[in-house]
Ligand binder design. Structure first.
Ligand SMILES: C[S@@+](CC[C@H](N)C(=O)[O-])C[C@H]1O[C@@H](n2cnc3c(N)ncnc32)[C@H](O)[C@@H]1O
Length: 304
């Protein structure tokens, strides 16, 4: 479904400042559960495996880029932006680094970050990392303006189920900041503005009833799920709005062009970036992960 780029941003309940923190936290806990657990017989593996495969491929590509390495910015790492409570990143880190260790490579550092650091959740997640390669930035990191200590090092920025939360202006600023300081940007979404994706999202309603007992629910969450089914409704509503908000590759390229133009006007020497997309089914019959990868082309120093 082709939607206009400048469509109204609309709202998701769990983004709203008035949404109770317990409800927001529960919505994130359910999303993390859906990323990290397999639902038989509809899934052959949990959705995070697909993201780990994509990221491993990108890491191999960037590590093989000798020209970028020669520029001496040190070892590559993965910096997750808008990590929330962690989302799928701790699980992705485990898979990526297990594969690396099994093939005789050193683990690649993964770093969690957010404008509102979730320190206790991150401390728990890092403690379970078997490769000790998962860490976090303990202070607020704004994805539209990353701190200098981050941009000094070669890194991939990831956005898991978070890029669609930003309006046009903020999304352009995120891309602009990445073009300035990162080596690649990787956007992962589990929904899209396509009919089959919308139908799949309706399945979240019964799933919330099934999944809630595994998320250590409080009494109020149990009431808001099983007595007044506010949470199942809210999850479906926010899922449908997420699909409506999810940007296509063309849309991201358009924002990247605007970002490039701004950087040029500000007198920056802008590298050329390439942008690609992919889809992989995670849930039968039609649930697909959608990703967009932007990558600095090591040869290019000219803008578009
Ligand atoms: C939907 S949640 C995170 C989803 C998480 N990645 C997951 O998969 O569960 C969005 C997060 O973005 C963070 N956020 C909002 N604006 C931000 C910004 N400008 N920079 C960094 N993080 C931001 C919020 O604090 C929130 O934790």
């Amino acid at each position: 479904m082709k939607l206009p780029y400048n469509r109204p941003h609309f709202f998701e309940f769990h983004d709203q400042p008035w949404c109770p923190p317990t409800v927001t936290a529960q919505a994130q806990a359910i999303l993390t559960f859906l990323w990290t657990h397999r639902i038989p017989p509809f899934q052959s593996r949990a959705p995070y495996h697909g993201a780990a495969d994509v990221l491993s491929g990108l890491i191999r590509e960037l590590e093989g880029d000798k020209k970028a390495q020669e520029k001496g910015k040190g070892r590559l790492k993965v910096v997750d932006c808008c990590s929330g409570a962690g989302g799928p990143i701790p699980a992705i880190e485990r898979v990526v680094n297990k594969q690396r260790v099994d093939s005789g490579l050193t683990p690649i550092p993964f770093v969690l970050s957010d404008l509102n650091p979730h320190l206790s959740s991150w401390a728990k997640a890092t403690a379970t990392s078997t490769s000790n390669a998962l860490s976090f930035i303990p202070y607020p990191v704004d994805a539209t303006h990353a701190p200098a200590e981050l941009t000094r090092e070669r890194h991939i920025r990831t956005f898991c189920l978070s890029f669609h939360h930003f309006n046009e202006d903020a999304a352009r600023k995120i891309i602009q900041d990445a073009i300035k300081g990162a080596d690649a940007l990787c956007i992962f979404e589990l929904q899209e503005p396509r009919l089959e994706s919308l139908l799949e999202l309706l399945a979240i309603f019964p799933l919330v009833f099934l999944v809630t007992p595994f998320t250590k629910p409080t009494i109020s969450i149990l009431i808001l799920t099983y007595i007044l089914p506010v949470l199942p409704f809210l999850m479906v509503f926010d899922g449908l709005v997420s699909a409506y908000r999810t940007r296509s590759l063309e849309h991201v390229r358009y924002l990247a062009n605007l970002a490039n133009l701004t950087l040029n006007l500000e007198g920056n020497d802008v590298s050329e970036w390439s942008w690609n997309e992919g889809r992989r089914r995670h849930t039968w019959p039609s649930g697909k992960m959608y990703w967009i990868i932007g990558k600095r082309e090591s040869d290019g120093s000219s803008s578009w």
